[in-house]
Design a protein around this ligand. Structure first.
Ligand code: ATP
Ligand code: MG
Ligand code: MG
Ligand code: MG
Length: 565
């Protein structure tokens, strides 16, 4: 590999900042902006400056190497996609408000791809004709677009972001299981090489559809997912995925509400019992139907609630419409967004513990409307297939009964066995061994490439700033000229020698910047080794500092080179 020239800080396009950006809520956002890695261009839309781009490219390289290693073939699909295939699978409508839809000058409908199952299916339909063409795994590393409701976590949740997505195509279920297992292993290698602490958790399939699915979750306070971990057995799951079977309720709908007198406020126990879940559970993501029509769904993919419909059906019966203020001090129990006006969006519906006997129906499009005193089974039908119960700390492990531990985490990867959902919708068949068409079975697999950069920043940063593992760091060594001409000369000399030996070198040669500022910036930027030409430069002695441990050591130029290469 060709040597990389020394990157001098004197002409590096990266301005470090002393203060956190005003809009930054999470650590990675603060540090990546302050250290000059990224700049915000619009809400959830980011520019990668040179240091950031290097880290991003390193993550991409690791992902690419591990995908290639399982025999996956890299392609590049467009981000601008026609509507028709998404109509064929129903996702043009079902994807909801997260989908960026647009029109061309002729009025044709397009979308910016949030994920590419449809288009990959069509490519294989075009290219593969016989069973001999399968199995195949295709992948791309590409920009994705999702109009996230609250892109507030910096790079962690962009509206434009980089994803590695791959898709497997097999003839048989066993083949799909094999492709899935290959991805699972590749992802383990990717996240280990990235230096991320992660758990593999059972997950729900969400907007992708399909059956088996697991998430790779990186524990971090900034995470927006919660995973339950059993201290006693190997059970680990996103709390979204821990489900309790609800007894099907006769869908009597609201019409029946008049015939049923409003009951005395039931206790938590009776409400929970009526839904067939443990009393300690918080309900979320119920599918709510009023007169057979879906009015509220809290599952990923956010179908919006039509509050008009809810109001028309519920009010003025026993149901009271309330405002977000009623939830304001209940934020801890509600998964949603707490904004200046209190709780602004709630994605779940009933919490028997907050107010026994009531359920709230809320939606993304009418943020401050909630219905109270709704009784499940009387006022709405609870469907059995999207019920999810959010588990509380200490709830019994579904496998062994031990009290579960709950932690926040960032979803860095997600693998799905899709089955034949997309192949059915788009009629993807190949000729089988017997000469008859065989429907193909698929998997879909994603790594949040840009998100991984932020997740890594979250997990590795300390009080001084970023602190990258070597393989993803923007440089191997950060040489600091701490002094005047003599120090700068030595620093540049050693920097050139290190670069000639194949290292990636950042050299702080900025004239007129004090050693103190340079040290602070070096810590903030987070290159794993910091080599300082300072006090003893005249003797040719440098100080090597390990960014992570803080250990220091005085070395000659030759010793430093020997140590670092
Ligand atoms: P989340 O639950 O965080 O919204 P998701 O489940 O919608 O993520 P997937 O559809 O599973 O995401 O996409 C695959 C991967 O892409 C995710 O595991 C995550 O790492 C990454 N990803 C998803 N949305 C974003 C985003 N808005 N910004 C950055 N990365 C994202
Ligand atoms: Mg999402
Ligand atoms: Mg998710
Ligand atoms: Mg996911």
């Amino acid at each position: 590999m060709a040597n990389v020239p020394v990157q001098r800080m004197s002409n590096l396009m990266a301005k470090t900042l002393r203060d956190d950006p005003a809009d930054a809520e999470v650590l990675s956002h603060k540090l990546l902006v302050r250290a000059g890695y990224v700049r915000r261009t619009a809400a959830g839309v980011w520019t990668w400056l040179p240091l950031g781009k290097r880290v991003l490219a390193n993550v991409e390289r690791i992902v690419r190497e591990e995908m290639d290693a399982i025999g996956a073939q890299e392609v590049l699909l467009p981000a601008l996609l026609p509507r028709e295939p998404y109509d064929a699978t129903g996702r043009w409508d079902e994807y909801g408000p997260e989908l960026f839809r647009l029109q061309d000058r002729k009025g044709g409908d397009y979308l910016l791809g949030p994920t590419h199952e449809e288009i990959f299916t069509l490519i294989v339909k075009d290219q593969a004709t016989s069973y001999k063409d399968l199995p195949v795994i295709l992948y791309q590393i590409q920009t994705k677009f999702r109009d996230e409701a609250r892109p507030r976590a910096g790079i962690l949740r962009g509206r434009e972001f980089l994803m590695k997505d791959s898709y497997s195509f097999d003839l048989e279920d066993e083949g799909l299981a094999q492709s899935y297992a290959l991805h699972r292993q590749a992802y383990q290698r990717i996240f280990e090489r990235l230096g991320l602490d992660y758990r593999i958790c059972a997950a729900t399939a969400g907007a992708m559809g399909g059956s088996k699915s697991e998430e790779f979750l990186a524990p971090a306070a900034a995470g927006e997912d919660t995973f339950a971990d059993c201290p006693n057995c190997d059970f680990a799951a996103n709390t979204e995925a821990i489900t309790y079977e609800l007894a099907p309720v006769d869908g009597s709908g609201v019409a029946a509400a008049e015939e049923i007198p409003t009951p005395d406020t039931p206790t938590i126990e009776t409400l929970a019992a009526s839904l067939g879940v443990p009393a300690s559970a918080t309900l979320k993501n119920l599918l709510v139907k009023v007169d057979g029509e879906i009015v509220a769904v809290g599952v990923p993919g956010d179908r919006e609630v039509d509050m008009g419909k809810v109001e028309a059906h519920f009010a003025p019966a026993a149901v009271e419409l309330v405002t977000a203020d009623d939830f304001a001090d209940r934020a801890d129990l509600v998964r949603g967004y707490v904004g200046p006006q209190g709780l602004e969006k709630v994605t779940y519906i009933a919490d028997p513990r907050v107010a026994p006997g009531t359920a709230w129906i809320t939606g993304a499009n009418k943020e401050h409307t909630h219905a109270k005193n709704v009784v499940a089974g009387r006022d709405f039908e609870v469907d059995t297939y999207v019920d999810v119960v959010v588990v509380q700390e200490g709830d019994p492990c579904p496998k062994c009964g031990t009290g579960l531990k709950l932690d926040r985490a960032i979803e860095i990867g997600h693998i799905f066995q899709l089955g034949r959902k997309y192949a059915d919708a788009l009629k993807l068949d190949v000729l089988g061994q017997q000469g008859k068409p065989v429907r193909v079975t698929m998997g879909s697999y994603g790594v949040g490439v840009s998100r991984a950069v932020a997740a890594l920043a979250e997990q590795t940063a300390d009080e001084q700033g970023l602190c990258w593992p070597r393989e993803v760091a923007p440089a191997d060594v950060h040489v600091v000229a701490a002094g005047k001409a003599l120090q700068t000369e030595l620093a540049l000399d050693v920097a050139e020698k290190l670069a000639a030996a194949g290292l990636r070198v950042l050299c702080d040669d900025r004239p007129g910047v004090s050693p103190g500022v340079k040290f602070t910036d070096a810590e903030l930027i987070g290159v794993p080794q910091i080599l300082v030409a300072g006090r003893r430069s005249a003797e040719g002695v440098l100080e090597l500092k390990d960014r992570k441990t803080g250990e220091r050591e005085e070395l000659t130029v030759d010793e430093a080179i020997a140590r670092l290469v």
